[in-house]
Design a protein. Structure first.
Length: 333
Protein backbone atom coordinates (compact mmCIF):
# COMPACT_ATOMS: atom_id res chain seq x y z
CA UNK A 1 0.00 0.00 0.00
CA UNK A 2 1.63 3.24 -1.16
CA UNK A 3 1.01 6.42 0.78
CA UNK A 4 0.79 10.02 -0.42
CA UNK A 5 1.40 12.64 2.25
CA UNK A 6 -0.35 15.98 1.69
CA UNK A 7 1.49 18.46 3.89
CA UNK A 8 0.76 22.04 4.81
CA UNK A 9 2.00 24.79 7.08
CA UNK A 10 1.25 22.74 10.20
CA UNK A 11 4.05 20.34 9.34
CA UNK A 12 6.52 23.17 8.67
CA UNK A 13 5.56 24.64 12.05
CA UNK A 14 7.30 21.65 13.66
CA UNK A 15 10.42 22.62 11.72
CA UNK A 16 10.37 26.03 13.41
CA UNK A 17 8.56 27.99 10.72
CA UNK A 18 5.71 30.32 11.69
CA UNK A 19 2.12 29.54 10.86
CA UNK A 20 0.65 31.81 8.22
CA UNK A 21 -1.16 33.80 10.93
CA UNK A 22 2.26 34.80 12.32
CA UNK A 23 3.97 35.53 8.98
CA UNK A 24 3.45 39.29 9.21
CA UNK A 25 4.99 39.50 12.67
CA UNK A 26 8.06 37.55 11.55
CA UNK A 27 8.38 39.54 8.33
CA UNK A 28 8.36 42.86 10.16
CA UNK A 29 10.94 41.69 12.70
CA UNK A 30 13.56 42.94 10.21
CA UNK A 31 12.65 46.50 11.22
CA UNK A 32 14.99 45.98 14.15
CA UNK A 33 17.91 44.75 12.07
CA UNK A 34 20.90 47.10 12.02
CA UNK A 35 21.30 46.84 8.24
CA UNK A 36 21.10 44.43 5.32
CA UNK A 37 18.66 43.56 2.54
CA UNK A 38 15.83 42.38 4.81
CA UNK A 39 15.64 45.71 6.61
CA UNK A 40 15.56 47.57 3.28
CA UNK A 41 12.81 45.27 1.99
CA UNK A 42 10.63 45.81 5.05
CA UNK A 43 11.05 49.59 4.84
CA UNK A 44 9.91 49.43 1.23
CA UNK A 45 6.90 47.29 2.17
CA UNK A 46 6.01 49.60 5.08
CA UNK A 47 5.87 52.51 2.65
CA UNK A 48 3.61 50.56 0.28
CA UNK A 49 1.19 49.58 3.07
CA UNK A 50 1.19 53.20 4.28
CA UNK A 51 0.18 54.51 0.86
CA UNK A 52 -2.37 51.84 -0.02
CA UNK A 53 -3.94 50.97 3.34
CA UNK A 54 -3.39 54.31 5.12
CA UNK A 55 -1.46 52.86 8.06
CA UNK A 56 1.56 54.44 9.74
CA UNK A 57 4.91 53.11 8.49
CA UNK A 58 5.58 51.66 11.97
CA UNK A 59 2.16 50.00 12.29
CA UNK A 60 2.01 46.93 14.51
CA UNK A 61 1.82 43.56 12.72
CA UNK A 62 -1.73 43.12 14.05
CA UNK A 63 -2.76 46.29 12.18
CA UNK A 64 -1.44 45.10 8.84
CA UNK A 65 -3.87 43.65 6.28
CA UNK A 66 -3.80 39.89 5.80
CA UNK A 67 -1.10 38.80 3.38
CA UNK A 68 -3.80 37.16 1.25
CA UNK A 69 -5.39 40.60 0.85
CA UNK A 70 -2.12 42.32 -0.06
CA UNK A 71 -1.18 39.71 -2.65
CA UNK A 72 -4.70 39.66 -4.12
CA UNK A 73 -4.85 43.46 -4.48
CA UNK A 74 -1.47 43.36 -6.23
CA UNK A 75 -2.40 40.45 -8.50
CA UNK A 76 -5.80 41.83 -9.52
CA UNK A 77 -4.09 45.02 -10.68
CA UNK A 78 -0.67 43.92 -11.96
CA UNK A 79 -1.87 40.78 -13.76
CA UNK A 80 -4.39 42.82 -15.74
CA UNK A 81 -2.01 45.73 -16.45
CA UNK A 82 -3.70 48.29 -14.19
CA UNK A 83 -2.53 50.75 -11.54
CA UNK A 84 -3.41 50.42 -7.86
CA UNK A 85 -3.87 54.10 -7.15
CA UNK A 86 -1.96 56.90 -8.86
CA UNK A 87 1.45 55.99 -7.44
CA UNK A 88 1.61 52.24 -8.14
CA UNK A 89 1.85 51.15 -11.77
CA UNK A 90 1.80 47.45 -12.77
CA UNK A 91 5.62 47.58 -12.90
CA UNK A 92 5.75 48.95 -9.34
CA UNK A 93 3.30 46.32 -8.11
CA UNK A 94 5.34 43.50 -9.62
CA UNK A 95 8.37 44.87 -7.78
CA UNK A 96 6.42 44.96 -4.51
CA UNK A 97 5.35 41.36 -5.06
CA UNK A 98 8.97 40.28 -5.63
CA UNK A 99 10.13 42.16 -2.54
CA UNK A 100 7.46 40.46 -0.44
CA UNK A 101 8.37 37.01 -1.79
CA UNK A 102 12.10 37.58 -1.29
CA UNK A 103 11.54 38.72 2.31
CA UNK A 104 9.32 35.70 3.04
CA UNK A 105 11.98 33.33 1.70
CA UNK A 106 14.69 34.91 3.85
CA UNK A 107 12.43 34.82 6.90
CA UNK A 108 11.56 31.15 6.41
CA UNK A 109 15.20 30.19 5.91
CA UNK A 110 16.25 32.06 9.05
CA UNK A 111 13.42 30.49 11.09
CA UNK A 112 14.44 27.00 9.99
CA UNK A 113 18.09 27.54 10.89
CA UNK A 114 17.14 28.89 14.31
CA UNK A 115 14.96 25.84 15.03
CA UNK A 116 17.66 23.49 13.78
CA UNK A 117 20.09 24.92 16.30
CA UNK A 118 17.62 24.71 19.19
CA UNK A 119 16.29 21.20 18.37
CA UNK A 120 13.26 21.56 20.63
CA UNK A 121 10.57 18.95 21.26
CA UNK A 122 8.61 19.71 18.07
CA UNK A 123 11.78 19.51 15.98
CA UNK A 124 12.65 16.12 17.48
CA UNK A 125 9.14 14.81 16.78
CA UNK A 126 9.39 15.84 13.13
CA UNK A 127 12.85 14.29 12.75
CA UNK A 128 11.62 11.03 14.32
CA UNK A 129 8.71 10.96 11.87
CA UNK A 130 11.04 11.50 8.89
CA UNK A 131 13.46 8.81 10.08
CA UNK A 132 10.62 6.26 10.05
CA UNK A 133 9.38 7.37 6.66
CA UNK A 134 9.83 4.91 3.80
CA UNK A 135 10.74 7.72 1.43
CA UNK A 136 11.09 5.65 -1.73
CA UNK A 137 7.64 4.06 -1.27
CA UNK A 138 5.95 7.32 -0.27
CA UNK A 139 4.85 10.29 -2.33
CA UNK A 140 4.71 13.84 -1.00
CA UNK A 141 2.45 16.68 -2.11
CA UNK A 142 3.40 19.97 -0.48
CA UNK A 143 1.31 23.13 -0.46
CA UNK A 144 4.25 25.02 1.10
CA UNK A 145 7.02 27.05 -0.53
CA UNK A 146 9.57 26.19 2.11
CA UNK A 147 12.10 23.35 1.91
CA UNK A 148 12.19 22.38 5.59
CA UNK A 149 10.81 18.88 4.95
CA UNK A 150 13.25 18.29 2.10
CA UNK A 151 16.15 19.42 4.28
CA UNK A 152 15.25 17.06 7.11
CA UNK A 153 14.71 14.16 4.69
CA UNK A 154 18.14 14.65 3.12
CA UNK A 155 19.80 14.88 6.54
CA UNK A 156 18.22 11.61 7.73
CA UNK A 157 18.21 9.64 4.46
CA UNK A 158 21.66 10.47 3.03
CA UNK A 159 21.49 7.85 0.28
CA UNK A 160 18.44 9.49 -1.32
CA UNK A 161 17.97 12.53 -3.50
CA UNK A 162 15.05 14.83 -4.29
CA UNK A 163 12.90 14.58 -7.40
CA UNK A 164 10.41 17.34 -8.22
CA UNK A 165 9.67 15.84 -11.64
CA UNK A 166 11.64 15.11 -14.80
CA UNK A 167 11.15 18.61 -16.20
CA UNK A 168 12.65 20.30 -13.11
CA UNK A 169 16.43 19.91 -13.36
CA UNK A 170 18.78 19.57 -10.37
CA UNK A 171 21.48 22.25 -10.37
CA UNK A 172 24.16 23.81 -8.19
CA UNK A 173 25.64 27.29 -7.96
CA UNK A 174 29.16 27.73 -9.30
CA UNK A 175 31.18 30.81 -8.45
CA UNK A 176 29.46 34.17 -8.15
CA UNK A 177 27.29 34.11 -11.26
CA UNK A 178 27.08 30.63 -12.77
CA UNK A 179 24.95 27.52 -12.33
CA UNK A 180 25.56 23.94 -13.41
CA UNK A 181 23.09 21.08 -13.89
CA UNK A 182 23.74 17.43 -13.11
CA UNK A 183 22.05 14.05 -13.46
CA UNK A 184 20.70 12.44 -10.28
CA UNK A 185 20.38 8.71 -9.59
CA UNK A 186 16.74 7.82 -10.17
CA UNK A 187 17.01 4.61 -8.13
CA UNK A 188 16.78 6.37 -4.77
CA UNK A 189 14.60 9.37 -5.50
CA UNK A 190 12.13 11.01 -3.12
CA UNK A 191 9.16 12.13 -5.21
CA UNK A 192 7.81 15.52 -4.16
CA UNK A 193 5.20 17.68 -5.89
CA UNK A 194 5.27 21.37 -4.91
CA UNK A 195 1.86 22.72 -5.89
CA UNK A 196 2.69 26.40 -5.50
CA UNK A 197 6.35 26.33 -6.47
CA UNK A 198 9.31 26.18 -4.15
CA UNK A 199 11.79 28.64 -2.73
CA UNK A 200 14.71 26.58 -4.10
CA UNK A 201 13.54 26.80 -7.74
CA UNK A 202 14.65 29.20 -10.48
CA UNK A 203 13.09 29.64 -13.91
CA UNK A 204 14.35 30.88 -17.27
CA UNK A 205 11.82 33.12 -19.03
CA UNK A 206 13.59 32.56 -22.35
CA UNK A 207 14.16 28.82 -22.80
CA UNK A 208 11.55 27.98 -20.10
CA UNK A 209 13.74 25.55 -18.20
CA UNK A 210 13.20 25.04 -14.48
CA UNK A 211 16.07 24.37 -12.07
CA UNK A 212 16.07 23.29 -8.43
CA UNK A 213 18.93 23.82 -6.00
CA UNK A 214 19.93 22.26 -2.68
CA UNK A 215 17.67 23.52 0.13
CA UNK A 216 20.73 24.98 1.87
CA UNK A 217 21.12 27.45 -1.02
CA UNK A 218 17.75 29.18 -0.77
CA UNK A 219 19.25 32.56 0.17
CA UNK A 220 21.06 32.59 -3.17
CA UNK A 221 17.70 31.98 -4.83
CA UNK A 222 16.23 34.89 -2.86
CA UNK A 223 19.06 37.11 -4.12
CA UNK A 224 17.90 36.45 -7.70
CA UNK A 225 14.34 37.63 -7.22
CA UNK A 226 14.88 41.39 -7.01
CA UNK A 227 16.61 42.87 -10.05
CA UNK A 228 19.54 45.29 -9.86
CA UNK A 229 17.53 48.21 -11.27
CA UNK A 230 14.79 47.57 -8.68
CA UNK A 231 17.27 47.87 -5.83
CA UNK A 232 17.90 51.48 -6.94
CA UNK A 233 14.30 52.20 -5.96
CA UNK A 234 14.28 50.06 -2.81
CA UNK A 235 17.64 51.14 -1.39
CA UNK A 236 20.11 53.04 -3.62
CA UNK A 237 22.94 52.35 -1.14
CA UNK A 238 22.60 48.57 -1.29
CA UNK A 239 24.92 46.73 -3.68
CA UNK A 240 23.21 43.54 -4.87
CA UNK A 241 25.15 40.53 -6.08
CA UNK A 242 25.37 39.88 -9.79
CA UNK A 243 22.39 37.86 -11.00
CA UNK A 244 22.98 34.37 -12.34
CA UNK A 245 22.05 33.46 -15.87
CA UNK A 246 20.66 30.27 -17.40
CA UNK A 247 23.44 27.79 -18.21
CA UNK A 248 21.73 27.02 -21.53
CA UNK A 249 20.89 30.46 -22.93
CA UNK A 250 22.46 32.99 -20.55
CA UNK A 251 19.26 34.92 -19.75
CA UNK A 252 18.95 36.07 -16.14
CA UNK A 253 17.04 33.56 -14.00
CA UNK A 254 14.02 34.43 -11.90
CA UNK A 255 11.35 32.57 -9.99
CA UNK A 256 7.63 31.85 -10.04
CA UNK A 257 5.73 31.23 -6.82
CA UNK A 258 1.97 31.00 -6.39
CA UNK A 259 1.43 33.41 -3.50
CA UNK A 260 -1.30 33.44 -0.84
CA UNK A 261 -3.47 35.34 -3.31
CA UNK A 262 -7.10 34.35 -3.81
CA UNK A 263 -6.35 34.72 -7.54
CA UNK A 264 -3.43 32.33 -7.91
CA UNK A 265 -1.90 32.25 -11.39
CA UNK A 266 -1.60 28.48 -11.73
CA UNK A 267 -1.91 28.27 -15.53
CA UNK A 268 1.85 28.32 -15.81
CA UNK A 269 4.14 25.58 -17.07
CA UNK A 270 6.10 25.31 -13.82
CA UNK A 271 2.93 24.61 -11.85
CA UNK A 272 1.14 22.50 -14.46
CA UNK A 273 3.85 19.82 -14.35
CA UNK A 274 3.62 19.61 -10.55
CA UNK A 275 -0.19 19.42 -10.61
CA UNK A 276 -0.14 16.63 -13.20
CA UNK A 277 2.35 14.69 -11.09
CA UNK A 278 0.31 15.23 -7.92
CA UNK A 279 -2.78 13.92 -9.69
CA UNK A 280 -0.93 10.71 -10.57
CA UNK A 281 0.17 10.30 -6.95
CA UNK A 282 -3.40 10.78 -5.67
CA UNK A 283 -4.72 8.35 -8.24
CA UNK A 284 -2.12 5.63 -7.64
CA UNK A 285 -1.72 5.68 -3.84
CA UNK A 286 -4.13 3.75 -1.62
CA UNK A 287 -3.62 5.92 1.46
CA UNK A 288 -3.94 9.71 1.64
CA UNK A 289 -2.43 11.25 4.79
CA UNK A 290 -3.04 14.96 5.44
CA UNK A 291 -0.54 16.51 7.87
CA UNK A 292 -0.96 20.08 9.09
CA UNK A 293 -3.15 21.09 6.17
CA UNK A 294 -6.67 22.45 6.65
CA UNK A 295 -7.74 23.09 3.01
CA UNK A 296 -8.00 26.91 3.26
CA UNK A 297 -10.36 28.81 0.98
CA UNK A 298 -7.47 30.28 -1.02
CA UNK A 299 -6.60 26.72 -2.16
CA UNK A 300 -9.91 25.98 -3.83
CA UNK A 301 -8.23 24.67 -7.00
CA UNK A 302 -6.51 21.99 -4.91
CA UNK A 303 -9.77 21.14 -3.12
CA UNK A 304 -11.30 20.58 -6.53
CA UNK A 305 -8.40 18.34 -7.60
CA UNK A 306 -8.81 16.19 -4.49
CA UNK A 307 -12.56 15.81 -5.01
CA UNK A 308 -12.22 15.13 -8.74
CA UNK A 309 -9.61 12.38 -8.25
CA UNK A 310 -11.47 10.85 -5.31
CA UNK A 311 -14.67 10.54 -7.34
CA UNK A 312 -12.81 9.15 -10.37
CA UNK A 313 -11.17 6.30 -8.45
CA UNK A 314 -12.61 2.79 -8.63
CA UNK A 315 -11.66 2.25 -4.98
CA UNK A 316 -11.85 4.94 -2.32
CA UNK A 317 -8.56 5.92 -0.65
CA UNK A 318 -7.98 5.41 3.06
CA UNK A 319 -7.82 8.95 4.49
CA UNK A 320 -6.00 10.04 7.64
CA UNK A 321 -5.95 13.62 8.99
CA UNK A 322 -3.18 14.69 11.38
CA UNK A 323 -3.84 18.14 12.82
CA UNK A 324 -2.87 20.25 15.78
CA UNK A 325 -6.18 22.10 15.64
CA UNK A 326 -9.22 21.56 17.83
CA UNK A 327 -11.47 18.55 17.27
CA UNK A 328 -14.10 20.65 15.48
CA UNK A 329 -11.55 22.09 13.04
CA UNK A 330 -10.05 18.66 12.36
CA UNK A 331 -13.51 17.18 11.76
CA UNK A 332 -14.37 20.00 9.34
CA UNK A 333 -11.15 19.37 7.39
Amino acid sequence: MKTVYIVGAGLSYYAGLPLQSDFTKELLAARDFDEGPSQAMVSHLDEFVHRVFHLPTDAEPSQWPELEDIFTFIDLSANTGHHLGQRHSPKDLRRIRRVLIARIIRMLHQSYRKAQRSSNEKWVQLVNFVKRLNVTESRIISLNWDTSLESIILENHPGCHLSYGKSIRPAVFRGDNEIETFEADSASEIQISKMHGSMNWLYCDNCRRIFWFPPTETLKVADQIIRKDEWKTIDPEFKPKKARGCCFCGVELGTRIATFSYRKALDFRMFQRSWERAERHLRDCDRWVFIGYSLPGADFEFKYLLKRVELARAKQPHITVVSGGCEEATSRT
